[in-house]
Design a protein around this ligand. Structure first.
Ligand code: GDG
Length: 482
């Protein structure tokens, strides 16, 4: 969150969690950068733009001296904590955001609405609005991120209005936005949409998500939407658009040049001599289609007996939302399936599946991407999926093949450079893996170059700068057509 240029711009980024993990070590608080899609996408922006990042620090801090210490530690990273007590944070984050809203945004059925978590969601959004309205000044650009804070634009706009402050508010959704009929499953959907419609600019990963949102605004609220990308509601004009989020590819190519990473790559290549490596890196989440992926890999081994012992799937399943029962159940299910696959196909020569239920250091991640002949991603729904970008950034030499679920937002842009498949179609997944492993070098090169150009063109820095540029324009001329 440090600046190199454009330090005059007054920008506030808001997300539920700060991108830093705070720990108390020997009586003092220390902060370190955490990982995840949002952190990855915004870290590229730090190179060019200064901003303050507001969010929950991830732990309860009651004592006022401790709060001051946390504030001081975070201020070194230009981060500002919004303190919440544990129960409220839990109900907001796990209770409503992750157990109710997240599944609906990703087309998962069977979600049971509960008023308690919804009230916590509202309360947390109010607390965020209070904190930010206090510090924002007229002219500040406020960029709110993700589904945990969908009420914030409206709450913030009201508070700013009371204080006679004028700020442009932008919102970026990192998940899909479902079609209106599915969105109806959420009884409080109207409040969330109205919350968002106090933004000046709303960004989505793909045109499909944007269009679903616009159509919901028209059908649910009677908003006027005849002009493309514009929503007229309650005498306000809201602009929407697709903004392609990306990564910082140079961070990956630089890391590949580090001597310790080169050494690690060499040792992994030796370890897997004569074996094709398939890599998967996913948060342990239902939307990442890990169950489907393991079943597809099982089918591939069944269908291709001659390739057993010649192919290994290295699957990193990063622990996620471990307080939520459904995620604990998913972990148990995955461990069971992984055990069965190895039980069925392992020989004294090796096991076909390396299932790692933990996070790995960044340098190890880069080494794994680099040695893999194939990257297999089976999301059942996924806003974008940045792992697909990262794999491409590490494949300049090998020209590995991306086998990508058609339900990842990234597939919208990467179709021609990847092998797309339907994650529920086990046969198709098995055939896609085989096709990827057998693709001739010329076709691999063509696909790789297509993806490389896309990843290099659509960096996270470009994403952030484009969004902020548009938001800044909206701030100057809020009534002007988009
Ligand atoms: C959300 C949306 C959207 C993963 N394991 C390790 C690790 N990671 C890093 C990856 C990547 C990031 O986490 C995951 O990003 P994704 O985009 O794949 O997925 P989500 O976390 O679900 O992100 C998603 C994104 O927001 C941005 O808008 O694309 O659709 O769901 O950067 O590298 N990093 C390290 N060790 C790991 O073990 N160091």
């Amino acid at each position: 969150m440090r600046s190199t240029s454009d330090s005059k711009r007054n920008l506030i980024i808001v997300s539920n969690r700060l991108p830093l993990s705070i720990k108390r070590v020997d009586g003092t608080f220390q902060s370190s950068l955490s990982s995840g899609g949002l952190v990855t996408s915004l870290s590229g922006l730090c190179k060019s733009t200064q901003f303050q990042w507001f969010g929950w620090p991830g732990l309860e801090v009651k004592d006022s001296q401790d709060r001051a210490d946390v504030e001081k530690s975070l201020s070194e990273h230009h981060a500002v904590p919004i303190f919440l007590d544990s129960d409220l944070a839990h109900e907001h984050y796990n209770g409503f955001s992750n157990r109710i809203l997240w599944p609906i945004l990703h087309y998962q059925s069977g979600v049971i609405f509960d008023d308690g978590p919804w009230q916590a969601y509202r309360r947390v959004n109010e607390l965020f609005a209070d904190s930010i309205a206090d510090v924002a000044e007229t002219g500040t650009l406020i960029w709110v991120h993700d589904y945990h804070l969908m009420l914030l634009p409206e709450l913030l706009r009201n508070r700013l209005h009371e204080k006679d402050k004028h700020c442009a508010i932008g919102f970026s959704l990192h998940t899909p936005f479902p079609v209106g009929d599915f969105w109806r499953n959420l009884p409080v959907r109207k409040y969330l949409i109205e919350g968002l419609l106090s933004s000046d600019l709303i960004g989505f990963h793909t045109d499909e998500y944007k269009q679903n949102f616009i159509e919901t605004c028209a059908s649910l609220l009677g908003a006027r939407t005849e002009i493309p990308n514009q929503i007229q509601y309650r005498n306000r004009l809201v602009c929407t658009d697709k903004f392609i989020v990306g990564i910082d590819p140079q961070k990956f190519t630089d890391t590949l040049q580090k001597p310790e990473v080169k050494a690690r790559i060499k040792s992994l290549e030796e370890r897997y001599t004569g074996v094709k490596v398939i890599v998967g890196v996913d948060r342990l989440d239902h939307i990442k289609g890990l169950t489907q992926k393991l079943k597809g890999f099982d089918a591939f081994l069944e269908d291709n007996p001659d390739l057993r012992n010649k192919v290994v799937l290295i699957q990193v399943a990063v622990p996620s939302r471990e307080d939520v029962k459904e995620y604990q159940e998913l972990e148990t299910e995955l461990s069971t399936i992984a055990g069965k696959i190895n039980g069925k196909y392992a020989t004294p020569e090796g096991t076909p599946l390396l299932y790692m239920h933990r996070s790995v250091p960044f340098t190890e991640l880069v080494a794994l991407y680099s040695i893999a002949d194939v990257c297999l991603l089976a999301s059942t729904r996924d806003g974008m999926n940045l792992v697909s970008f990262e794999y491409v950034a590490c494949q300049a030499e090998r020209h590995g093949v991306l086998v990508l679920s058609e339900f990842a937002g990234a597939a919208t842009f990467m179709r021609d450079g990847s092998i797309p498949f339907h994650p529920a179609n086990t046969t198709e997944m098995s055939e896609s893996i085989a096709k990827a492993l057998n693709l001739d070098p010329a076709e691999r090169k063509r696909k790789y170059e297509y993806l490389r150009d896309f990843v290099n063109k659509n960096t996270s820095a470009k994403w952030g700068e484009t969004f902020i540029g548009r938001l800044s324009q909206r701030g100057k001329r809020p009534d002007r057509p988009c």
